[in-house]
Design a protein around this ligand. Structure first.
Ligand code: ZN
Length: 305
């Protein structure tokens, strides 16, 4: 018995549309299309054509689709209205996304913040399966935060998704949100690269491309500058995690996103808990995502779980 829904993950350059079986968290069919960032009409055309194709696949399975779920950057209201994506998708200002999709596809549509749906995917189908309180940190170009309790969002609206902007240090480095010392500005891919730049990476190592993968590799090869960058990164991330533990008391913290791919060797350094004396019996596990790129698709579809 299948229970099918479509999950749509709108990424920086690629939009992924997946036909998901909500019973077992399997992506039965995946369509990848370019992300249209400027024109609403073109955007809807691409999405609707993908939905049509996935409807055909569902028919072959002799199943019907129960709804279309979206993960979108920014604040999304419970009626599927996107207030703003902060310039990411230029046309998505006060944008009735769900209304357009329902009108053109005759399917129910739900939308939520992208970091929140990733967390839902991880909690239901990834490393968070079977855990009660699951905090998911998505470390990509930014830091997305999503928290799931008992398989559900703790609040209906995505109030906590800006939680990456907690201040963890007194740095001169200004975040795009206007504050200084934001965790997001220090531990995202953008932050790690900026840390290497401040040490003069481009002048010192013209042959080593300035990206997270190269920096992690150089650290493991004993490069002194890379060691400084990685140590700073882990220190800030650990401080952030310690703060999140105080707020959310998660049973499981999952780190996903592009940066997490190179973090296997560093996981031990994050799991040493130093600040938990007040909670005598509290335990938390920290793991890296294994769902990889699928977490956003699974979580968006799971808005119909
Ligand atoms: Zn900030």
């Amino acid at each position: 018995m299948e229970k099918l829904a479509i999950g749509i993950d709108i990424g920086g350059t690629r939009t992924k549309l997946g036909l998901v079986d909500l019973i077992n968290g399997k992506v039965l069919e995946l369509i990848i299309a370019p992300t249209e960032t400027k024109d609403s009409g073109k955007f809807l055309e691409i999405i609707n054509s993908g939905i049509d194709k996935l409807k055909e696949v569902a028919q072959k399975h002799h199943s019907t689709i129960i709804g279309v779920g979206f993960g979108v950057t920014g604040f999304v209201f419970s009626n599927g209205m996107v207030d703003s994506t902060y310039g990411f998708l230029e046309f998505m200002e006060d944008y009735p996304l769900a209304e357009y999709i329902v009108k053109q596809n005759s399917l129910p549509c739900r939308a939520d913040n992208d970091a929140r749906v990733v967390a839902l995917g991880e909690a239901l189908y990834g490393k968070g399966k079977g855990q009660n309180r699951v905090l998911v940190l998505t470390l990509g170009t930014g830091l997305g935060l999503g928290f799931i309790a008992g398989g559900k969002f703790e609040t209906d609206l995505p109030y906590a998704h800006m939680g990456g902007h907690i201040s963890v240090g007194h740095t001169d480095f200004k975040c795009y949100c206007g504050k200084r010392g934001c965790l997001e500005a220090l531990v995202s891919a953008t932050g790690i690269v900026a840390g290497a730049k401040r040490l003069g990476w481009e002048q010192k190592y013209p042959d080593l491309p300035l990206n997270v993968e190269t920096i992690f590799k150089a650290e493991q090869d004993g490069n002194d500058d890379a060691k400084i960058v990685v140590e700073e990164f882990l220190g800030y991330l650990k401080t952030g995690i310690d703060n999140y533990i105080n707020i959310f008391a998660p049973d499981m913290i999952i780190i996903g996103g592009g940066v997490s791919k190179g973090m296997k060797l560093y996981l031990d350094k994050l799991t040493q808990l130093d600040f938990l004396l007040p909670y005598k019996n509290y335990k938390v596990k920290i793991a890296l995502s294994e769902l990889d790129e699928h977490s956003g698709i699974l979580g968006s579809a799971a808005l119909f779980n």
